[in-house]
Design a protein around this ligand. Sequence first.
Ligand code: GDP
Length: 488
Amino acid sequence: EHTDGNEEENPPIIPTLSVDSDDKKTTRNDDAEPIQIVSIGTEDDKYAFDFHEEKLNSIMRKIPPGWKVSVISVVGAFRTGKSFLLTWFLTYLNELKKRGSAELIDDEDQKWFERIESIGNDAFHWKGGADRDTTGIWMWSQPHFVKMKNGESLAIILVDSQGMFDNETTMSLTSAIFGLSTLLSSYQIYNVDKRIQEDNLQQLALFSEYARLAVEGTDDSSSPAQQKTAKTVDRKPFQTMEFLVRDWQHFDDEEDYDRMEEEMKEYMDKVIAEREAKDLQETREQIQACFEKTTCFGLSHPGMPVIKKNFQGEVSKMDETFLNLLDRYCKRVFSVDNLKPKVIHGREVTAVELGSYIKAYAEMFASGASFPEASTMLEATATANNSNAVNLAVNQYKDFMNRISGPSCNNFIKHKELEDDHKHLLTKAMNMFDSMATFGSRQSIEVARQSVLDVIDKEFEVYTSLNEGRNPLAGLETYIIPLTIALV
Ligand code: GDP
């Protein structure tokens, strides 16, 4: 457990999965579990989005302040093996932690996963119990921590998003789930059965307008005449979108894994290649404008025992090719070369920042029956960005002022000195705010900026009076001054 916000020392060791004494069978022995952060249906409306802020915060609080966050999300229809995949991810991450390495190296005569008897059956409830067959977004309660090559620590959060992609009446709900999970993730895994279909691609194109606006700058529809503040940067709003094709049926040769990965790439190129039909072509262009990377990975069929009812997660019952591909897949997703912090408008976000974005996005989906307008999405992003900028600027000011004149200080400082420090730190805080609050309407940036000034102003009063309380001459003045006058 971490106790302070000290960045690089002692990354917290947080239990996720543990290993039995015989060092064979992986089981869970703690209370880590999937937590539903978005559920569907409220008392008034059975299709409404219900966002559970406190649950999200309980997860974010486990990440030390200042650490960046990578969000690996899996989205797809029911019963397509998402939970199975997530359970495998947990097993993989646990093994990494147990070995204390950045990569899983196989033993001389055995692959690492052959030493694991079973992946268990309760981690992400991947057996698909009846109660899990509901639409919504889940997050694993325990973040995992890795050290990146540059020495920075990174928290990894796993997300499972479930929709009903096959049911007409819930199409807009599914788009909303899909939309929210894309907005909050840095690595979106779109789990599909056997092949990538045109409607899978169309789901991605939902964001194209957002992408266009985000790249062009800011749309301030409330006051079009106002000067735009956003810098025009040619940047794609989302990071990785990866199709994970289950029960892949295209492989020529099930022995040569490098060749198989090449085939996956060829397949993706074909799917995304130019089309004659205008609408199909547009969908493809829109996707490319939204995501930095659109890739594809294929897993072969896991073997008949895996799909039987009595399957308990036994690794020995899984098909060998499937296992090897799964292992390659984990290495691709979790290798320190590929892991990236979540980036929103060019900024790598910390847990606290990500929390405000998720909240803003979830509320945006909660308030409308249909997929939000691009400008609404951009506005939510700008609002969260402004409030993050306010918090960072104010906290920076308070951190320094606390050291000089906080409640735990003993020394009195001359008022002029305190005021000089305050002025200097205020400038620093405003510079920080200005460097971060760079998009959204000028008006809302101004409002946020003013609130930094107001909060710091109030804080300064508190520091001044705390300092005055430590003044050894305080109180004495009442006597000394009249006395001096009397003497004169
Ligand atoms: P979820 O509803 O998408 O989370 O799906 P589950 O992970 O619960 O898996 C549903 C069923 O499919 C279970 O019986 C799994 O054992 C089985 N399953 C898991 N992975 C695969 C796969 O890659 N292919 C096939 N055909 N079945 C799988």
